[in-house]
Design a protein around this ligand. Structure first.
Ligand SMILES: NC(=O)C[C@H](N)C(=O)O
Length: 333
């Protein structure tokens, strides 16, 4: 322990960063979530020069299997740790598949300005040029950086700092997969230092109205994906199973196909909240653009992608079923 260094807690959840392959050239077909947190820390002795690190294994899963229950457990643990004066920042090691979702969930429910940084890797720990160790080093640097305080939940991979709201996985295999595309990344981690150039204007962490402290479950919300020839199978199934919200991942600017629209309108009449989002990946879904949202009593996702719109809708539904209020939240967070 060095009193001059920040105290950074590493919470491990699994993913490829904790994965192992049969050979050093195995970069696909490896097994995720095998290496424990102590081994991850031990693999990067340089960590002790930038922070007093300690580790905790919260889960050991591939992130495609992340659930709402995992998120509630993780968020409560993060909030409990950040309330301790001897914790300056938290790093969460995580699979990359749903990393952006966990980051955005925490961005909305963490009750602290202290840095929370999600990190993963695209190559397993056993690979040549594994990206996990450098990403972990950078994440710990970032979590211990005073400049990261109050910036919301951050993502550190490939020497870049991205904000939880706008970052997304853009490539299935390459190490430079996490990008905030048009809205832009926040900075770099270079030479053991975090360099910030921008911050999100959207509210997060201590400035949100959401509190998961007393929650043991989240409202049922699913995503209905749109494409040519789509019908009502998904929407009908979601309503039948009792969903209270549906995010429609529409084509283009959140368009509603002629065959699907009546099912969404009927679902809304039954009380289900409908959010129009887009599968495109860039741009605003404009209110009263591709559909008359005022008349249909639908909500638009603004620039949130469908998987993040699902998260905000779940949290919104813990507070209200008023569509005007929910729309306000989509323009706030
Ligand atoms: N690169 C990765 O971490 C992918 C892995 N399927 C996961 O999300 O756990």
């Amino acid at each position: 322990q060095n009193a001059k260094l920040p105290n950074v807690m590493i919470l491990a959840t699994g993913g490829t960063i904790a994965g192992t392959g049969a050979t050093s050239t195995t970069t696909v077909g490896y097994t995720a979530a095998k290496v424990g947190v102590e081994a991850l820390i031990k693999a990067v002795p340089e960590l002790s020069k930038v922070a007093n690190v300690s580790g905790e294994q919260v889960f050991q899963i591939a992130s495609e299997s992340m659930t709402n229950e995992h998120w509630l457990t993780l968020a409560k643990r993060v909030n409990a740790l950040l309330a301790q004066p001897n914790v300056d920042g938290i790093v969460i090691t995580h699979g990359t598949d749903t990393l952006e979702e966990t980051a955005y969930f925490l961005n909305l429910v963490v009750k602290s300005k202290k840095p929370v940084v999600l990190v993963g890797s695209m190559r397993p720990s056993t690979a040549i040029s594994a990206d996990g160790p450098i990403n972990l080093y950078n994440a710990v640097v970032l979590a211990g950086s005073p400049d990261a305080i109050g910036k919301g939940v951050l993502v550190a991979l490939n020497d870049q700092i991205n904000g939880a709201r706008d970052v997304t996985k853009t490539n299935t295999v390459t190490a430079d997969t996490f990008k905030a595309t048009e809205l832009g990344m926040l900075g770099y981690i270079v030479g053991g230092k975090a360099h910030f150039y921008r911050a999100s204007t959207r509210k997060h962490t201590v400035d949100t109205e959401f509190d998961v402290g007393s929650l043991s479950a989240l409202p049922a919300v699913d995503v209905a994906y749109s494409y040519a020839n789509v019908g009502t199978t998904a929407v009908d199934a979601f309503v039948a199973q009792g969903d209270v919200g549906i995010v429609h991942a529409g084509t283009g600017d959140g368009s509603l196909p002629a065959r699907t629209k009546p099912a969404l309108v009927a679902a809304r009449k039954k009380g289900v909240i409908i959010v129009r989002s887009s599968r495109v990946g860039q741009g605003i879904v404009a209110r009263n653009g591709e559909a008359n949202d005022d008349e249909l009593d639908f909500v638009v996702s603004d620039t949130l992608n469908p998987q993040k719109a699902r998260i905000l809708l779940m949290l919104a539904l813990t507070k209200t079923h008023d569509t005007k209020e929910i729309q306000r939240m989509f323009y706030t967070y």
